[in-house]
Write a protein that binds this ligand. Structure first.
Ligand code: CTP
Ligand code: MG
Length: 392
């Protein structure tokens, strides 16, 4: 993953709460959900954004080192981690102090909303850009809501058509959020509360069922059910993809997302990265979402010279949007050159970071036979396993 030296967007993941209502042995963000912590899953969602953000994690003071290790691995590069405060609001303020100079849009996200799709982060950024003010996701309220007193006596039924159950990530122009936190006089449970208290505009956009907050043990069970377990497995699906490119001696070689100095390049409309293209086809096919040609357009000028990361990031976004998550990807490269073994781990780490799921690479030759044996080009064959979570 390329390090973004000039990020335009920051994502602050607040993970410093104790999780009293969940009642786990560890602070909530560090509770395990099918093998990954809530924090890792939330960071992972931010890592899948179309626009690479600066990532800031706010963690409980004793767990800053652990959060740094978990979040950096899930994000694919070093993240900034700071110790949180007594309240969520204080924790956000501490994260806000770490926002990079180049950033103009800040998103604040609860680590506890661990299954939030990357596409919701993208939608919030897009809408802040389009509207120039704060944007938060929200869902209509389906229960009938009563105003009751401490004794349980009903005072009124609230008109639910005017209610929205709001979620995170909440996105704001940086200046709005900084001003709101500087002027804060009340303690609010979300960031929009402070921004609107200052008289600044904030709009609600459609949220996602998957962005629900893990608050109680029942919420954790719901998340486990969505991810699948032995009693109710998420449905696995596989896909296959192949790609072939001939060598172009005048081009530079890009393969498996890496640049290979002093090697002949591959001919193609994009950068000819047969590994990335085979993986893209395998993933799209596993999800019945078409193929690289139908999704990206083989003649689309936007993809002239595009690197593999562009295809893989957009593919991941689309399949997560459609309710799938990636299990793993295996890809084999067939060709005489380049020699893969010295850079296999580097390539696997890069592709794993982009897709957020294990990618394993192998390479083979064909005993001098065929076009690969004659050194005319390279082929790649990829298999992808994905899981479909029904109902989402
Ligand atoms: N949070 C935080 N710092 C705090 C309190 C909360 O960073 N002092 C974060 C939590 O880690 C969580 C998010 O804010 O990701 C939403 O808060 P909530 O769901 O209330 O989490 P907790 O405060 O941890 O849970 P509880 O209220 O049950 O103790
Ligand atoms: Mg709380």
């Amino acid at each position: 993953m390329t390090l973004n030296a000039v990020p335009r967007v920051s994502v602050i993941v607040v993970a410093a709460g104790s999780g009293t209502r969940l009642g786990a042995e560890v602070p909530k963000a560090f509770a395990a959900l099918r093998g990954s912590t809530l924090l890792e899953r939330s960071v992972h969602a931010a890592a899948g954004m179309r626009e690479r953000p600066q990532l800031i994690v706010v963690a409980p003071a004793p767990l800053v080192a652990e959060a740094t290790a978990l979040a950096s691995a899930a994000f694919g590069e070093a993240v900034t981690v700071v110790a949180g405060g007594e309240t969520r609001q204080r924790s956000v303020a501490l994260g806000l102090a770490e926002v990079a100079d180049t950033v103009s849009i800040v998103l604040v996200h609860d680590a506890a909303r661990a299954l939030t799709p990357s596409s919701l982060f993208d939608a919030v950024v897009d809408e802040v850009d389009a509207r120039g003010h704060g944007v938060i996701p929200g869902l209509p309220v389906s229960d009938t809501i009563k105003l009751v007193d401490a004794a349980g006596d009903i005072h009124e039924t609230v008109d639910r058509s005017v209610l929205s159950a709001v979620q995170t990530p909440q996105g704001f122009p940086r200046a709005d959020l900084v001003a709101a936190y500087a002027a804060a006089t009340s303690d609010e449970t979300d960031d929009a509360g402070l921004v609107t208290a200052l008289g600044l505009e904030v709009s609600v956009i459609p949220g996602r069922e998957l962005a629900f907050k893990v608050t109680t043990p029942a919420d954790l069970s719901r998340a486990e059910l969505i991810l699948g377990d032995s009693a109710a497995p998420a449905l696995p699906r596989i896909g296959i993809g192949t790609d072939t490119h001939g060598f172009d001696h005048s081009a530079e070689l890009w393969l498996a997302g890496l640049q290979w100095p002093d090697e002949d390049g591959l001919a193609g409309h994009s950068d000819g990265d047969a590994v990335a293209h085979a993986i893209t086809d395998a993933l799209l096919s596993a999800c019945s979402l078409g193929d690289i040609g139908s999704v990206f357009g083989t003649s689309d000028p936007r993809f002239v010279g595009a690197h593999g990361e562009v295809f893989l990031t957009e593919t991941r976004r689309r399949i997560e949007e459609a309710g799938f998550r990636i299990g793993n990807v295996s890809v084999q490269v067939i060709g005489n050159r380049p020699k893969f073994s010295p850079r296999r781990e580097e390539a696997e780490a890069l592709l794993t970071g982009i897709l957020g799921a294990p990618v394993s690479l192998s390479a083979t030759t064909t005993d001098g036979l065929g076009f690969t044996g004659r050194g005319e080009g390279i082929a790649a064959i990829a298999t992808a396993l994905v899981f479909y979570s029904q109902g989402y």
